[in-house]
Design a binder for this molecule. Structure first.
Ligand SMILES: NC(=O)C1=CN([C@@H]2O[C@H](COP(=O)(O)OP(=O)(O)OC[C@H]3O[C@@H](n4cnc5c(N)ncnc54)[C@H](OP(=O)(O)O)[C@@H]3O)[C@@H](O)[C@H]2O)C=CC1
Ligand SMILES: C[C@H]1O[C@H](OP(=O)(O)OP(=O)(O)OC[C@H]2O[C@@H](n3cnc4c(=O)[nH]c(N)nc43)[C@H](O)[C@@H]2O)[C@@H](O)[C@@H](O)C1=O
Length: 311
């Protein structure tokens, strides 16, 4: 314990944070993961005091106000303001305290809405953002650029950003008001099975495409990065390099849950980006790929849902 390096993990109780703490390589670190009730990251002075007191060797910034398309559209002020404040406070407190290594988590929502797929890291800030999550994306771009500027001005600082694709997994949010696509489908299809319903409604026409990675796999990439920050590119997509239609995700979840009903489409619901598929070129050069198949990840997530959320 005495010889372990200290990792300040923000958002340690969230989906990504819990998967990081459950990763086998987490045992190599002394992890500090305060809840928001103990350390409100929007409070700059409190963050500075925390970082100055603990002087971590590495910060992994996995906290944020996070939600699916509907939550982002309903609360753009909070998504922009809280995420900007958290990013700025954590990054600046770490840099002022002399923390050399910082791993920032962004999101593929910060790519321009009309960018050609697959999305390459140098496309950031080359076009207009997707309006359904613009506030959140602006906050993510701010934190990403701040890390890059710090790295440019202070060549000892390794302030780097992973850009994960959409994620799902254990400890996801299943509440329909906040959920992303995959947990929303799991909840809807499970409920249809439980209540004996023979149809489930899909938002939009189902032809939009998404790249959903198992959150345990993102944790694996984070731990590989943590172990050798020098080897990590300063900005890198973390994804699968392939995607599926929304209709495909519904069909696959129905198979995993064991429900054989049919689907309808509600064309009045928001659809967002038509496609946001990562280029995995940098990730491949870095020497990593996601190990979990969609079916296996969904089966694990459905078991977790049944244990923690389902009626
Ligand atoms: N989920 C996804 O599909 C994707 C996520 N990401 C990024 O990964 C990161 C983690 O996301 P995810 O785990 O899904 O999010 P969750 O919503 O599951 O977790 C977010 C965490 O942030 C913490 N938090 C929120 N506000 C504050 C605050 N004011 N002070 C301190 N802590 C706060 C919460 O802490 P507490 O529980 O203690 O309140 C919570 O544990 C985010 O940066 C997100 O943008 C990127 C791409 C896709
Ligand atoms: C990772 C990224 O994720 C977010 O963007 P998003 O990918 O658009 O979010 P989503 O997962 O909620 O939806 C994906 C797609 O799925 C369709 N869809 C069908 N049926 C349901 C459904 O029942 N619920 C939801 N939520 N979507 C549905 C929905 O219409 C859309 O086309 C950002 O806000 C931001 O959080 C971010 O960083």
């Amino acid at each position: 314990m005495g010889s372990k390096r200290t990792l300040f993990l923000t958002g340690g109780a969230g989906m990504v944070g819990r998967n990081i703490q459950d990763h086998p390589a987490a045992a190599d670190w002394h992890i500090l993961a305060p809840r928001s009730a103990e350390l409100d990251l929007t409070d700059a002075d409190a963050v500075t005091r925390f970082v100055d007191t603990h002087k971590p060797d590495l910060v992994v910034h996995a906290a944020g106000r996070v939600g699916g398309i509907q939550a982002n559209m309903a609360h753009p002020v909070a998504f922009l303001e809280e995420n900007t404040a958290m990013g700025r406070n954590v990054i600046m407190a770490a840099h002022r305290a002399g923390v050399r290594d910082f791993l920032n988590l962004a999101s593929t929502c910060m790519y321009p809405r009309a960018a050609a797929n697959p999305l390459r890291e140098e496309m950031i800030l080359t076009g207009e953002l997707e309006p359904t999550n613009e506030g959140y994306a602006l906050a993510k771009i701010m934190a990403t650029r701040l890390c890059q500027y710090i790295g440019r001005e202070d060549t000892d600082a390794r302030y780097k950003t992973l850009i994960p694709c959409n994620l799902f997994g254990l400890h996801d949010k299943f509440d329909p008001k906040h959920s992303h696509l995959v947990p929303a489908i799991i909840h809807k299809v499970h409920e249809a099975k439980r209540l004996g319903q023979d149809t489930v409604e899909i938002w939009g026409d189902g032809t939009a495409r998404r790249e959903f990675m198992f959150a345990g796999d993102l944790a694996d990439a984070v731990m590989q990065a943590a172990n050798d920050m020098a080897a990590l590119p300063d900005l890198m997509n973390t994804g699968l390099g392939h995607d599926h239609t929304i209709n495909d995700y519904y069909a696959t979840v129905a198979k995993v849950v064991g429900w054989d009903g049919t689907f309808t489409h509600d064309l009045s619901k928001p659809v967002g980006m038509k496609q946001k598929l990562c280029s995995t070129e940098r990730q491949a050069k870095w020497g990593w790929s996601a190990p979990t198949s969609l079916e296996d990840g969904l089966a694990q997530t459905y078991r977790h849902y049944q244990e923690s959320f389902a009626q």
